[in-house]
Design a protein around this ligand. Structure first.
Ligand SMILES: Nc1ncnc2c1ncn2[C@@H]1O[C@H](COP(=O)(O)OP(=O)(O)O)[C@@H](O)[C@H]1O
Ligand SMILES: [Mg+2]
Length: 364
């Protein structure tokens, strides 16, 4: 990728806090990232992994202990937040309760001393964009959570920020609204081409929204990749485990063949896609996603199938979730939902998978 496309660049950014007990907490540890113009990149990871701190460093609410933050080539690490031309949307909405919807959205425009006409026009444009037209004179308290977050979104976009920052904006909303609003955010972001950094701990939200995902763990970047890469070609065991669900099966790596490895699994040889760091005779595991496992009834003979026993069944309508015991392992399986096909608890089944849908990872 050319440098010119990189709008926002973090170079070896580290943030160390001093805790109340006087201990040093490394919240962000040597993070390097390039965010391209117009893309939506998500910082994804468990609570406490440094997502919010990274976002606050970008916004200017925190100063880095080490490293550089560049916006279109200019080092902004010590520029105050109001000089960075960034918009921010928080989980808590952070609206002014005494101001109307119109005035909330107009606030940043008045600070920038835009003309009355320009303010009027921009507020109307962005209210229409987030489907709030008609609610200009309402106070935030008279709006639903979803509507309040739309106001926050319109307010952040109305200043025409160079970068839009989101910190878990949908976490306070119920599941259905979350899914609807994330699709809307994605549509608006793409339509306007707003470069965005989006923080979430919700992996399905990250996958649904993002051009690229940055998976973080303990202040570090574990992987940067498209949702597909992160899901099917995880860089680390942590990513494989955090993004989606995964079964980890014991394998022995015999030899490498380009992008694949020949592995010994359950007494058989398989040729399966492999992580670039996999080496023969080094500890490794085979990742098989629950939806890659196929079940068949015991009576049907298949050479490649293994024996298992159904330990738990959850019929979820669009698929069936099984827990299967095999050897000393418990496997998660997502099976097709077909009429008359449900396997029962305690039933013996046979299971198999296409080796192309598995992935060998080094065990660290
Ligand atoms: N102001 C602060 N002072 C001390 N420690 C902090 C401060 N802000 C964050 N931390 C610590 O830094 C780590 C990362 O926090 P945060 O960036 O909020 O994580 P996330 O947003 O991924 O949940 C945590 O261990 C947190 O306790
Ligand atoms: Mg956070």
């Amino acid at each position: 990728m050319s440098e010119l496309q990189d709008l926002l660049v973090l170079e070896h950014v580290t943030k160390v806090f001093e805790s109340r007990e006087g201990r040093n907490v490394v919240a962000v540890n040597d993070v390097s990232l390039s965010i391209r113009k117009g893309e939506l990149i998500t910082l994804l990871g468990p609570s406490g992994c440094g997502k919010t701190t990274t976002l606050r460093l970008i916004a200017g609410f925190e100063l880095p202990t080490r490293g550089r933050i560049l916006l279109e080539g200019q080092d902004i690490a010590y520029l105050p937040p109001n000089k960075r031309e960034m918009g921010m949307v928080f989980q808590s909405y952070a609206l002014f309760p005494h101001l109307s919807v119109f005035e909330n959205i107009a606030y940043g425009l008045r600070l920038r001393r835009l003309s009355k006409e320009e303010i009027e026009q921009r507020v109307r444009t962005f209210m229409a964009l987030v489907n709030l037209t008609g609610l200009e004179q309402r106070k935030p308290a008279a709006l639903s959570g979803g509507q309040q977050q739309r106001v926050a979104l319109a307010r952040a976009m109305a200043i025409r920020p160079r970068v839009l920052l989101f910190d878990e904006p949908l976490s306070n909303l119920d599941a259905k609204l979350r899914v609807a609003l994330r699709a809307e955010i994605r549509q608006i972001q793409q339509r306007l081409g707003i470069t965005s950094v989006y923080v979430t701990h919700d992996q399905s939200e990250a996958m649904a929204l993002s051009d690229r995902i940055v998976v973080m763990n303990e202040g570090r970047v574990e992987q940067v990749g498209t949702p597909e890469e992160v899901y099917h070609r995880p860089a680390t065991l942590f990513v494989a485990d955090f993004v989606g669900r995964a079964n980890f099966l014991p394998v022995e790596v015999l030899q490498l063949e380009n992008t694949h490895a020949i592995v010994q699994f359950a007494g058989k040889r398989l040729c399966t896609p492999a992580h670039p760091d996999v080496r023969p005779n080094k500890p490794a595991v085979l990742m098989v996603r629950p939806e890659a496992i196929r079940l068949t009834s015991h009576a049907l003979e298949s050479n490649d199938a293994l024996d298992g026993v159904v330990r738990n069944v959850a019929f979820l309508g669009h698929y069936v979730e099984y827990e299967l015991t095999w050897d000393q392992h418990v496997l998660s399986v997502e099976d097709e939902s077909l009429p008359g096909r449900l396997f029962r608890q305690g039933e013996r089944v046979r299971w198999y998978f296409d080796p192309e849908r598995a992935f060998v990872l080094p065990k660290r």
